[in-house]
Design a binder for this molecule. Structure first.
Ligand code: HEM
Length: 425
């Protein structure tokens, strides 16, 4: 082979290597320095800290509920985009498109199932995540604002699911939304206007379908992902997850250091970290031995939670089909017409008093939820499940949860024709 041919051959063979290196600037990390560099030079990883507290990785700290909420949102976005290739938001076509999806689109049925079950799961998991944050006192300073961002995320999750409910345009969808939006109509002064704005008409019809579609596929997801971004950013700025107070807590590394280059024992659990700051070799912080590198420890935990979420959702979607009832018949309301399950507690309350059940009590609950970190200002029991120091707060919150879950169960299983009590057994 001539030299010219040899170098051409070399270039062709080396191309994949160069190509790979142009994307991933670091080799697979084999030292602490490289582990740190991998975290802060990768776009997707740099949202995470270079080191993470070991507590964060313990499954019982969070049960991965925030992460599962996020993964469900990603799954919903991906499956939702695929569904948009088939769906038409028209009262004459929507239902038929659902039938086509079930019978003639490759993997259509599993796609719809995944989307539907992930939506239900997200409502439940976000709620559970909120419970875990409360019961571990993790809304206390400096995390008050992130709690409020969380409450907004919870409301957005409910409305994303609610707006999607109408889209199949079957009896279940039509009457659930008719009931749901009539609850909004009970608000004093603005109720009627609010309902009209939602429906674009006085009843659920073509205008409502189009409005719900636009809210469901564009407005709510964009607002939701923006708030999720703020939520994650705040977790970083608030110093990671809340943890119990430790005496003489080591400080985080704050100096602009290229990478920690030397670590030496300082006594106890603490280590001095030295690094190169603007050319000088100086002490840049103290390391807590309770922390580990995010790469690969946090990454592995995150991937495990992702695999768990996808696996459970796949199994459920394989065995259980999302419901599709008869096409809309405005002359034949089911008796009883029920809102989606997460609003059935509201519907149950409405059956006692339209205003207080549908508007007064929920508005008060929402206000109290937003104000939680400002009402409970004690600084004890942070980051600890069911801390005795927070007995009263946890008790009140659990009463709130139990009452709401109880109302949903009653509305779902114990209400029959004309909203009379029935036995599900
Ligand atoms: C779309 C909905 C949500 C997503 C994707 C989400 C995601 C997350 C993630 C990934 C974490 C860190 C890990 C974990 O705690 O599991 C977190 C922490 C947190 N979340 Fe959420 N969250 C959502 C809704 C909420 C809600 C409804 C609340 C409360 C009302 C809330 C309040 C908080 C707070 C205060 C933290 C910090 C907790 C700590 O420091 O231990 N989040 N969230």
């Amino acid at each position: 082979m001539t030299n010219e041919k040899k170098s051409l051959w070399k270039n062709v063979v080396e191309l994949p290597g160069n190509f790979w290196r142009s994307i991933f600037r670091n080799p697979l990390p084999s030292s602490d320095r490289e582990r740190a560099a991998t975290s802060f030079t990768n776009f997707f990883l740099h949202i995470q800290p270079v080191r993470v507290n070991k507590r964060t990785l313990k499954p019982t700290t969070t049960f991965g509920l925030g992460l599962i909420s996020f993964y469900l949102f990603i799954i919903l976005t991906l499956t939702g985009i695929l569904l948009m290739f088939y769906y038409v938001p028209s009262t004459t076509q929507a239902y038929d498109r659902m039938l086509d999806l079930r019978s003639s689109v490759a993997f259509g049925i599993i796609l719809r199932n995944l989307h539907r079950w992930a939506a239900h799961a997200m409502v439940a998991v976000v709620f559970l995540h909120m419970c875990r944050v409360f019961l571990t006192g993790s809304y206390k300073p400096p995390r008050e604002f992130n709690w409020i961002v969380g409450v907004v995320l919870f409301i957005l999750t409910l409305f994303s699911s609610f707006t999607g409910y109408l889209l199949p345009w079957d009896q279940l969808a039509f009457w659930a939304i008719t009931v749901g939006t009539s609850i909004a109509g009970y608000a004093p002064f603005i109720g009627k206007m609010l309902k009209f704005m939602l429906l674009g008409d006085v009843t659920v019809g073509q205008e409502a379908l189009l409005r719900f579609y636009v809210l469901h596929v564009v407005v709510l997801p964009v607002v939701l992902i923006t708030f999720v971004g703020v939520h994650f950013w705040r977790i970083r700025k608030d110093g990671g997850l809340a943890k119990p107070e430790v005496e003489d807590e080591p400080k985080a590394i704050t100096a602009p250091v290229a990478a920690p280059v030397a670590v030496s024992a300082e006594g106890g659990r603490k280590f001095t970290v030295q690094g190169l700051v603007r050319g000088a070799f100086v002490k840049v912080g103290v390391l807590d031995e309770d922390t580990v590198f995010s790469w690969p420890n946090l990454l592995i935990a995150e991937l495990a939670v992702l695999m768990f979420t996808v696996a459970v959702l796949m199994v459920v979607s394989y065995f259980f089909n999302a419901p599709l009832e008869h096409p809309v018949n405005v002359m034949h309301p089911p008796n009883p017409a029920k809102a989606p399950w997460y609003f059935l507690g509201l519907q149950e309350q409405v059956s006692y008093s339209a205003f207080w059940g549908g508007v007064g009590v929920p508005a008060l609950e929402l206000l109290l939820l937003v104000l939680v970190p400002y009402i409970d200002r004690g600084k004890e029991g942070i980051g600890v499940w069911f801390s005795r120091k927070r007995f009263l707060a946890n008790l009140l919150f659990l009463i709130f949860v139990v009452i709401n879950v109880f109302l949903i169960i009653v509305g779902t299983f114990f209400r029959g024709a004309n909203w009379q009590f029935v036995s599900p057994f």
